[in-house]
Design a protein around this ligand. Structure first.
Ligand SMILES: NC(=O)c1ccc[n+]([C@@H]2O[C@H](COP(=O)([O-])OP(=O)(O)OC[C@H]3O[C@@H](n4cnc5c(N)ncnc54)[C@H](O)[C@@H]3O)[C@@H](O)[C@H]2O)c1
Length: 306
């Protein structure tokens, strides 16, 4: 195992592309780990803020970069729940033209099944390509931030090995002699993020969108149960508290409908990832629509009766 490791990239200059809610914490984390970090964002205000407030250098030249971490948005600008990967494809074409061959390209944005392989084809396997989706959660960044356990998949074995070496530092199944090599090689550095590797890149893509589809389902059930309770004059809160005393049940709270720019979009990505659609998720989308109408109606009634 040790022979291939010696030939691999020495990671020094890292480019984070997309410096929004997710990309900025990623860039800050990579910087904290001692790498030379650059940023790239098509919104100049965002880029200037990252440079001024967080010392993330503006990208000057694609040719110096050893690893490209792509964190740009994957939804339509005018509709956060509709997936869109054209921006991502444009970035990949730019990397293909302007960067040096043999470097690491990691798609950290959430993408539909099959997207990472398409990018790899654009790059003609001149780069190592992995997908390392996030589980980042703004409200609990200290425990659910950039460096929590994440899934990683590579298009080829060499892509996965390179990705794991950069993120985790230690390949799964690495021999003792490999670890000695890692420790002895001074140019070698990693992000120190624990990674769970899967056998195909499509599995890594699915792992992320199914995680969020599962969350969608749980919230939709809470919405459904809430409307059931209202129709039957039952206290939802009391019923929920009673049920949640059981060790393996956790009914969520329904709030304003399933929102944000991740859960509805990722659920759609999952539904669009197969010709045979998940029936239960389609039903859950209907429940969410009904629940929103129901909540809107309640708000209007309250305003009229004021
Ligand atoms: N925010 C989260 O909690 C979270 C968690 C897990 C996964 N994700 C995923 O991470 C990705 C990014 O999410 P986010 O919340 O950071 O979005 P965001 O909208 O906050 O930030 C995206 C950034 O990308 C930039 N951008 C968009 N298109 C670009 C392009 N073509 N070239 C350069 N820059 C471009 C935008 O200007 C913006 O600053 C999405 O795929 C999202 O689903 C987000």
């Amino acid at each position: 195992m040790i022979n291939h490791i010696k030939d691999e990239i020495s990671f020094e200059k890292i480019l984070v592309m997309g410096l929004g809610q997710l990309g900025l914490p990623v860039a800050k984390y990579v910087k904290e780990k001692g790498f030379d970090v650059y940023g790239y964002d098509n919104n100049q205000l965002v880029m200037n803020n990252a440079e001024k407030e967080h010392n993330i250098k503006k990208l000057e030249n694609f040719r110096n970069i050893d690893a490209f971490l792509i964190c740009i948005s994957t939804h339509r600008e005018d509709d956060v729940s509709t997936p869109q990967v054209e921006g991502l494809m444009a970035i990949i074409r730019k990397i293909s033209k302007e960067a040096r061959n043999g470097k690491l390209v990691s798609i950290e944005s959430t993408v539909p099944r099959g997207t990472t392989r398409k990018m790899f084809e654009i790059l003609e396997h001149r780069f190592h390509v992995v997908h390392a989706p996030h589980r980042w959660y703004a409200r609990e960044e200290d425990v659910h931030g950039v460096n929590q356990l994440r899934v990683i998949g590579g298009v080829c074995d060499c892509c996965l090995r390179t990705g794991i070496r950069f993120y985790d530092g230690v390949e799964q199944g690495a021999e003792k002699e490999d670890l000695e090599y890692y420790n002895a090689n001074k140019s070698y550095r990693s992000l120190g993020i624990p990674m769970y590797s899967v056998s195909t890149v499509e599995l890594a893509e699915l792992s992320k969108i199914v995680e969020n589809a599962d969350r969608y389902l749980q919230i939709a059930f809470a919405e459904d149960l809430y409307m059931f309770c209202k129709a039957n004059r039952i206290s939802f809160g009391e019923l929920r508290d009673a049920i949640n005393t059981k060790w393996n049940v956790n009914i969520l709270e329904p709030r304003d409908g399933i929102g944000g720019h991740c859960i509805p979009k990722d659920t759609r990505m999952f539904l669009e990832s197969s010709e045979i659609k998940s029936k239960i998720l389609i039903a859950a989308q209907e429940v969410d629509k009904d629940y929103r109408k129901y909540i809107e109606g309640m708000i209007k009634d309250k305003q009229i009766n004021r």
